[in-house]
Design a protein around this ligand. Structure first.
Ligand code: UD1
Ligand code: UDP
Length: 352
């Protein structure tokens, strides 16, 4: 059975690494990989393919950056050509980026069934481009792989229960797969030149980067924290830091790092401050308290016992959260058992 997987942005490389490994080891499944080219810098794309042994894409559409309409439109055209040529039994899409919605839309218009990994996530905030991408993708998909029970309930409320399967979270598969390697690797994945004690931060979401006030408030919070804040800078944010923000002296800007370096940085951080979806979960899986600099989170399972504190870009709330007590209760097993990729492969095969 032929499956075309469509990926294009950093978090999708990480999710696809876990799933591709299993798909390609499953008798009866053949995977064709399409990279839309949404992310293209060496440290936003190639590094993940080489580090995580993701097979070379069969097609790279090289769409690059642009407005939502431009990017999605170019992807639609390119993906349609691939699907017409390959005629797969399934198209597999991940998460909530423009590459996700383009893959789902191109396939469904050609009557090719779509399977969505990380289905059912909702922020209930339609100002987020990701929320629109998720709603559309789930609505037109034939198989919805939900990572959490909350995601299942969201899909139920939208009348999509019949297509839904609880898979657990493929990012949990990935953390379990690599965690031991990082622990036993000692300093192998350590980023040189950083202080031994630090908070780890990332910022890239439109709600923070497209609103200079929000970005300024986040950096004001960082300056008030005082102790080192290590910030691997997403290229979207890099453009703004050069022009709009005075970088406080305790903030250490570094280039985006590879996934294994990122897991190392997360494991050794005092606290994690982020607007990323994936990093909120990794902090939780790796036992680090997370401060989410957004006004809501889709990953509500991480909120218990202050494992994840949602502050928005409010400097007072961010500083308060950084100074708050660490969680006492252990994390819960709400994201599956680390075998999500197997459940996905099994269900695709079963659909024959
Ligand atoms: C996209 C996703 C977002 C996801 C994020 C993961 C959408 C709508 N957004 O946001 O959900 O959380 O990826 O990181 O799909 N750029 C480069 N080099 C690159 C990639 C991007 O310089 O390799 C710069 C370009 O200036 C570009 C900007 O970053 O315009 C934004 O990139 P884009 O892919 O449009 O959105 P992200 O913010 O990365
Ligand atoms: N990540 C990484 N290097 C970095 C920053 C993030 O490997 O410099 C990883 C991070 O560990 C997580 C994923 O990228 O697995 C999250 O992607 P991102 O924050 O770009 O997107 P989101 O999850 O918000 O969609």
């Amino acid at each position: 059975m032929k499956i075309v997987s469509v990926i294009g942005a950093r978090p999708q490389f990480i999710k696809a690494a876990a799933v591709s490994r299993v798909l390609r080891a499953t008798a009866g499944l053949e995977e064709i990989l399409v990279h839309t080219g949404q992310h293209y810098d060496q440290n936003m794309s190639d590094i993940f393919f080489s580090q995580l042994h993701i097979p070379e894409p069969d097609y790279n559409l090289e769409v690059g950056s642009g407005s939502h309409a431009y990017q999605t439109g170019m992807m639609l055209q390119g993906i349609e050509d691939v699907l017409l040529k390959e005629k797969p039994a399934w198209t597999l899409v991940y998460g909530d980026t423009n590459s996700t919605v383009a893959g789902a839309l191109a396939a469904t218009k050609l009557h090719i069934p779509v399977a969505h990994v990380e289905a059912g996530l909702r922020s209930f905030n339609r100002m987020m481009p990701e929320e629109i991408n998720r709603i559309i993708t789930d609505r037109i998909s034939d198989l919805l792989f939900a990572p959490t029970l909350t995601a299942i309930n969201n899909l139920k409320h939208e009348g999509l229960e019949a297509q839904t399967v609880f898979s657990g979270d493929v990012m949990y598969d990935s953390v379990l797969y690599y965690r031991e390697m990082i622990v036993s690797g000692g300093d192998k994945y350590r980023t040189p030149g950083l202080p031994p004690a630090y908070h780890l931060a990332t910022i890239h979401r439109a709600e923070n980067t497209d609103h200079p006030e929000n970005l300024k408030n986040i950096f004001l919070a960082f300056s008030r924290i005082g102790s080192p804040v290590v910030l691997p800078v997403h290229p979207r944010t890099a453009r703004l830091l050069n022009t709009q923000i005075n970088i406080p002296s305790n903030v250490i800007l570094i280039e985006p790092v590879g996934y294994l370096q990122m897991l190392w940085l997360t494991m050794h951080a005092n606290k994690v401050l982020t607007d990323s979806g994936g990093l909120q979960k990794e902090a939780y899986f790796l036992g680090r308290q997370c401060i989410t600099m957004r006004t809501e989170t889709e990953w509500v399972e991480t909120l218990h016992d202050n494992w994840n504190i949602v502050t928005g870009p409010d400097p007072d709330k961010i500083v308060l959260a950084v100074n708050s007590a660490l969680p006492h209760a252990p994390q819960r097993q709400d994201f599956g058992d680390g075998k999500s990729a197997g459940i996905i492969a099994e269900n695709l095969l079963k659909s024959r």
